[in-house]
Design a protein around this ligand. Structure first.
Ligand code: ADP
Ligand code: MG
Length: 249
């Protein structure tokens, strides 16, 4: 149960299967994400973590099973799909900012185009969000003029500008120089504290320990185990997870 008293999960996947040709990339995935929960997904490369994220906002279709978002089965197309996409933010490894728009322009674009907000209102909100991620003084610059860590913080502000119910982070710090990782994680820890529902694919175990409510270990398209970070890191139940942890810790 969360602050707003709604005990139904924000997202639930039931018996989800997906193939890429002959490759069975998601195998009978059952998973729920509660409101306000921070779910960290870890596991070896190729295990299906990105595909899992992409199915949740329907960048990928599924072959079998059901994904229910905020009480409604995920639509395949049309207006309902557009609305769903606007309710689920996504932050990628590569920052994916619009190179020819200013930082402010990147953050106001979605609210103006999708939410039909007036420029003034969108700009005011964008500046608040840029301030929150510590970039307000760079608002008139272009993405290439910012460091990777700054660009990723802008990408987070851009996601927040749509007032999403969920933000998916797919290895948000993997492309960053090491000295810039923490500034991005700090922003994410702040969001977690503020109650944002987040699914985070990451190899940053310090983040998982500090911010995760639950860790999901995924390999070969399956959820191998899930647990609280404390239990998972000290008491992994499967050889597969113990082996993975021994390589990254
Ligand atoms: P992870 O994020 O855990 O590294 P992915 O979800 O990216 O794993 O990939 C899972 C498997 O699916 C990998 O074997 C990958 O090569 C394959 N795969 C991912 N995307 C595609 C695609 N668009 N077409 C074909 N195979 C894909
Ligand atoms: Mg991936």
């Amino acid at each position: 149960m969360t602050e707003n008293g709604d005990a139904t999960p924000l997202v639930s996947l039931v018996g989800v299967n997906k193939h890429f040709g002959a490759l069975h990339v998601l195998k009978n995935i059952d998973l729920t994400v509660d409101r306000g929960e921070v779910l960290v997904v870890i596991g070896p490369s190729g295990g299906g973590k990105s595909t899992l994220c992409r199915t949740i906002n329907r960048l990928e279709t599924i072959d079998e099973g059901q994904i229910i978002f905020d009480g409604t089965p995920l639509p395949e197309e049309g207006r309902a799909l557009a609305r769903l996409r606007s309710e689920v933010g996504m932050v990628f490894q590569s920052f994916n900012l619009f190179a020819h728009k200013t930082i402010l322009g990147n953050v106001t674009l979605g609210p103006m185009k999708v939410r039909k907000k007036a420029r003034k209102e969108a700009s005011t909100r964008a500046m608040e969000l840029l301030d929150r991620v510590g970039i307000a003084n760079q608002a008139d610059k272009y993405p290439a003029q910012l460091s990777g860590g700054q660009q990723q913080r802008v990408a987070i502000a851009r996601a927040l500008a749509m007032d999403p119910k969920l933000i998916l982070f797919d290895e948000p710090t993997s492309a960053l120089d090491p000295e810039m990782v923490q500034e991005v994680l700090d922003v994410m820890i702040g969001l977690a504290r503020d109650g944002m529902t987040m699914v985070v694919v990451t190899h940053e175990m310090g983040f998982a320990r500090r911010a995760a409510n639950r860790v999901v270990f995924m390999a070969d398209g399956q959820i191998i185990e899930q647990n609280t970070p404390d239990e998972f890191f000290t008491n992994a139940r499967t050889d597969r997870a113990r082996d993975f942890l021994s390589k990254i810790l």
